[in-house]
Design a protein around this ligand. Structure first.
Ligand code: NAD
Length: 298
């Protein structure tokens, strides 16, 4: 069993670190929010006093931070992680960040003599808790092989997507598709309500018809149809509107810089921007159904 530093133990990082602890690893954790850090310490982690402290004297360090700025701060900025790693420490960044920053972190890690993998995840908090995340990885085949035993504890479907940043590229495409799916699902349920269909009936039919999707089966934006959806819990996250907007912007920045047409991705970005600006940035992203429903809120 290994000593693992874990930095960022929020909605996703908390349960991922917990699974490493349950598997017998010694986890040393850090988070800037004291209450969040206390939760993982209660689950059996050692408490680190800074990112550098969490990352020192461990075999692997995992980061699960909100965005690119936090990741570069932690590794190469005030967090001073890169300067405090023991020789041979493996770096796994599971945050969802932009490909450019991810590649900068890979380059900085390589310059300092460390193996790094970008390993963003999909599957939400329930997947993190159950250890069933899909994890998409970028880095060398050797680094992927080194990280795989740890990733197997946190996820179920682990992919080597390609070289540095490839995991982030796959994640941007996946989440753009999820946002578009969720808006489509919301429109379908709002229309079917207006047409007088029972929600359960629509759910049963679409689940076995051509409109079915992961979002429908696991994350239907209306209550009481699937056990795992935040709609059952007044759209408490889950995955916030702000996080989805961040991921959509990553997809659109990439699409624009590469001259790829992405009209539905652009429309989804505008709709989630509106959703967040209406005060729902901290609500689950699937709550966008209520904004689309407008005054006909149930
Ligand atoms: P979160 O906000 O719950 O967790 C992030 C944690 O990082 C917070 O606890 C925050 O206090 C901490 N943090 C911020 N700056 C820090 C620093 N400098 N040092 C230490 N800790 C710091 O977010 P989350 O939902 O856990 O998401 C984390 C990442 O995973 C994001 O990139 C997100 O896009 C991605 N993600 C989230 C989900 C989801 O369903 N929530 C699913 C897939 C991927």
């Amino acid at each position: 069993m290994a000593k693992i530093g874990f930095i960022g133990v929020g909605n996703m990082g908390g349960p991922m670190a917990t699974n490493l602890i349950k598997d017998g690893h010694e986890v040393k954790a850090f988070d800037v929010v004291g209450q969040t850090l206390s939760r993982i310490v209660n689950a059996g982690a050692a408490q680190a006093s800074s990112p550098a402290d969490a990352a020192s004297d461990v075999e692997a360090v995992v980061t699960m931070l909100p965005a690119g700025q936090h990741v570069s701060d932690v590794y190469t900025g005030t967090g001073e992680v890169l300067g405090n790693l023991a020789p041979g420490t493996l770096i796994i960044d599971s945050s969802t960040i932009d490909v450019a920053t991810s590649r900068e972190m890979h380059a900085a890690a390589a310059d300092a003599g460390f193996d790094m993998l970008d390993a963003p995840v999909s599957g939400g908090v329930t997947g993190a808790e159950a250890g069933t995340l899909t994890i998409m990885c970028g880095g060398s085949a050797e680094t992927f092989a080194r990280a795989k035993p740890y990733l197997d504890v946190m996820g179920k479907n682990i992919f080597h997507a390609g070289g540095p940043g490839a995991g982030q590229a796959a994640k941007a495409c996946n989440n753009m598709l999820l946002a578009i799916n969720m808006i489509g699902l919301s429109e379908a349920f709002n229309l079917s309500d207006a047409l007088g269909l029972e929600r359960q009936t629509l759910f049963d039919i679409v689940s076995t018809a051509s409109g079915g999707s992961w979002a429908l089966s696991n994350y239907t934006p209306v209550p009481e149809l699937v056990p795992t959806t935040p709609a059952n819990n007044n759209f408490n996250p889950g995955f916030t509107g702000a996080m989805m907007l961040k991921d959509l912007k990553l997809s659109q920045d990439a699409a624009q810089s590469l001259d790829v047409s992405s009209p539905l991705g652009a429309a989804a970005t505008m709709l989630f921007s509106l959703y967040c600006n209406e005060g729902h940035d901290a609500d689950d992203f699937s709550g966008i159904i209520r904004m689309l429903r407008g005054k006909k809120v149930d």
